[in-house]
Design a protein around this ligand. Structure first.
Ligand SMILES: [Zn+2]
Length: 329
């Protein structure tokens, strides 16, 4: 098998800040900087490009695409310039002058027909690391198992949380992983007769770079499991990833709440961090005189509570999730 190194000539010129190595299947993409202030992934992508371009790492089989999602936003260390790029992968953004929509249109072909997508993100408020997985309730156990086998099991054991959004309450299906799932290879049998895997990893708070090395190694481990790495693939690198068992917790987003003309304030100490517990029936916020109350029954969990500089009328302030019972997966 020929060892492919560096940039390969492709039929179409690559967009800026997109690199491709190898050809054929499996097709894997590693994205970062879809949000420009989430820098852990930037370091991972820099390391991948450096190692595949200059340090002898080679793709033996299949194709690896590595991309910085929103390079202008990365340069300005801001979430986005005109519009949240991770709300633009709805397949409708082809004819436009808006910066992020144009970028989504340019990146979309590289997210089609993928066997694996690893989209590296971080959160704006403190968070345990977690994976957000796309798709409907049906089949999610299988999708989780493939994701765990290929990537999640190689992450540090601090990552043992999975967030599902089967009703597409975060972005109406316009995020990278949702797009990739919709454009999966026919029958999702991309490799080894199994499902493809489309994973958004939230590595923790955006200012924390401590997980860069571990995520980088987990990405390499994923490529190794897909038998994509050439003979030099693991030379001088640590061996298999973290094999310790972990107690996965699964959550499902149930409702979102958005800013309107009444304004908003968090109450009772809520909105501080991801997966913060909101007891059943508790008031977690206030819009003017109207209290926002968690559902009765079981406790809820706050996810993606927005920092104040991201508040905008008509836009979400956060979401409430519930913990899934083991039999629900
Ligand atoms: Zn993000």
């Amino acid at each position: 098998m020929r060892l492919c190194r560096g940039l390969l000539a492709t039929a179409r010129p690559l967009p800026s800040d997109v690199w491709q190595f190898g050809a054929g299947r499996p097709r894997v993409a590693v994205l970062e900087g879809v949000h420009g202030n989430e820098i852990t992934g930037v370091e991972v992508v820099k390391a991948l490009v450096e190692d595949f371009t200059h340090k002898g790492l080679g793709i033996r089989e299949g194709q690896l695409t590595v991309a910085i999602g929103n390079p202008l936003a990365v340069a300005q260390n801001t979430r986005y310039i005109e519009e949240d790029l991770n709300r633009c992968f709805d397949g409708k953004s082809l004819e436009t002058s808006e910066l992020e929509k144009k970028r989504a249109a340019a990146l979309s072909p590289y997210l089609e027909g993928l066997d694996v997508l690893l989209d590296l993100h971080a959160t704006n408020k403190p968070s345990t690391p977690f994976a957000r997985l796309p798709g409907p309730i049906e089949g999610r156990r299988q999708r989780f198992q493939v994701a765990e086998d290929l990537f999640l099991s190689s992450l540090p054991t601090s990552c043992q949380t999975v967030l599902w959004d089967p009703h597409e309450l975060i972005a109406g299906g316009s995020m990278t992983d949702e797009f990739a799932l919709r454009h999966a290879p026919d029958g999702w049998d991309g490799w080894d007769g199994s499902y493809g895997s489309y994973i958004c990893l939230e590595s923790g708070q955006a200012s924390d770079r401590s997980s860069v090395d571990a995520i980088y190694l987990a990405v390499l481990q994923c490529l190794r499991k897909l038998q994509m790495l050439g003979p030099l693939g693991f030379e001088g690198r640590p061996g298999p990833g973290d094999k310790k068992p972990r107690a996965w917790r699964h959550f499902e987003i149930m409702e979102k709440f958005s800013l309107d003309h009444r304004g908003f304030e968090w109450t009772n100490g809520h909105g501080e961090y991801n997966f913060q517990v909101v007891p059943a029936g508790h008031v977690y916020g206030r819009k003017g005189q109207v209290e926002l109350r968690a559902p009765e029954g079981k406790e809820s969990y706050m996810v993606f509570p927005k920092v104040r500089n991201l508040w905008a009328e008509g836009r979400p302030l956060g979401w409430l999730a519930r913990k899934l019972e083991p039999e629900e997966l």
